[in-house]
Design a protein around this ligand. Structure first.
Ligand SMILES: Nc1ncnc2c1ncn2[C@@H]1O[C@H](COP(=O)(O)OP(=O)(O)OP(=O)(O)O)[C@@H](O)[C@H]1O
Ligand SMILES: [Mg+2]
Length: 341
């Protein structure tokens, strides 16, 4: 393994890059602002600030959708921008080795797109390997995935929830559903409009979610005030939004996560089920921070639920473990091993 080794998590909401011997060196919103069709004017958190405020010649887009690269041109522009920026502080990146995390429950063409993106980028490298995202995720959660002890891990991200069962360094089962933080924001926008006659943007919806969302009925009647545009008068107004309203709004989506977990549990081989009864289910992803998720999942599955520390970072930290520990290195596969092996 060369010393110039990088791990990349192309998340729908955030992109993270891990560098050998350095840790996570890049962590920003996976969003790009392009002016006049091809001029990159901002990426990451700076581009996010522009969301909903741009003139018509500036497009602000998220190149990854539902966990896969949906807009190759903008993802490549984003990645090259980041590589060129990082090379100023981290030295030459061209020719380095890359390990990329890709979801399991996607098509081979979609998986290959992660490889092709890095191969065609300014990284100018053919030394690219892919790691199944649930494996990186479990390692980042501090689990040992190489033993015969089966584990269940659930990654609740921005566009997707990936429920996986792992054993002996491989994926036994993995199911991805299109539910995550972005969907929560979307239903909050729709229901705020219906109930309060208020039009709000994505950033306000995300704030409401982070402040008030709860997977079980909230115990105290908290509210926050939000600003938006009145549907009838068209004027900017302020309204109080309650935790009860957010709970009711998100409940159906919370139960779709419960259902995905149940479906995978039903298909899990019995020997592994007994391991899961012992250790419980591990929950990661930025949306794992929603209050009461552990309570809801325990109620619905009768299993112990472990919400991981730094849940949004586990995939990048897992790539880090593969990069730093030569014993885990075999978990990263070349394209040949992955697709034609
Ligand atoms: N405190 C919080 N409460 C609720 N949701 C949160 C909180 N903090 C972050 N989130 C949500 O977590 C999501 C981002 O999670 P994460 O970084 O795991 O996604 P991702 O890896 O980019 O997406 P995916 O895995 O779907 O490709 C966003 O929707 C964000 O709003
Ligand atoms: Mg993710």
């Amino acid at each position: 393994m060369s010393a110039r080794l990088y791990g990349v998590d192309f998340g729908t909401s955030t992109m993270k890059i891990y560098k050998k011997n350095h840790g996570v060196i890049f962590d920003a919103k996976n969003i790009i602002a392009v002016a006049d069709g091809d001029r990159v004017i901002a990426i990451g958190d700076e581009a996010f600030e522009m969301l909903g405020k741009t003139p018509s010649n500036i497009q602000v887009t998220f190149p990854v959708k539902n966990g896969v690269i949906a807009d190759i041109a903008n993802m490549l522009a984003f990645f090259n921008y980041v590589l060129n920026d990082l090379s100023k502080t981290h030295g030459k990146i061209a020719g380095a080795e890359f390990i990329v995390a890709a979801p399991t429950d996607i098509t081979e063409v979609e998986k290959r797109a992660f490889f092709d993106l890095v191969a065609s980028s300014d990284a100018k490298t053919k030394k690219i390997r892919i790691v199944e995202k649930p494996i990186a995720n479990a390692l980042g959660a501090g689990l040992d995935v190489t033993t015969a002890n089966g584990v269940m891990i659930v990654d609740i991200g921005a566009d997707t929830t990936e429920v996986s069962v792992l054993s002996l360094g491989g994926i036994v089962l993995s199911k991805m559903i299109p539910v995550g933080g972005n969907k929560f924001d979307e239903v909050i926008i729709n229901n705020v409009r219906k109930k309060y006659n208020l039009i709000i943007g994505n950033k306000t919806a995300e704030t409401i979610k982070k402040e008030l969302a709860c997977a079980v009925a909230p115990v105290n009647a908290r509210t926050i005030s939000v600003y938006g545009r009145d549907v009838v008068s068209g004027l900017p107004i302020e309204k109080e939004v309650s935790a009860d309203f957010v709970y009711e709004t998100l409940s159906e989506l919370m139960y779709s996560i419960v259902d995905a977990v149940r479906i995978v549990l039903e298909k899990t081989p019995p020997e592994i089920s007994s391991d899961i009864i012992d250790s419980g289910i591990f929950i990661t992803g930025g949306s794992a921070k929603i209050n009461g998720l552990d309570v809801l999942l325990t109620e619905e599955t009768d299993l112990k639920i472990n919400i991981c520390k730094e849940p949004g970072n586990t995939v990048a930290l897992g790539l880090g473990r593969i990069i730093e520990d030569s014993k885990l290195n075999m978990l990263a596969m070349t394209l040949k091993q992955t697709y034609y092996g």
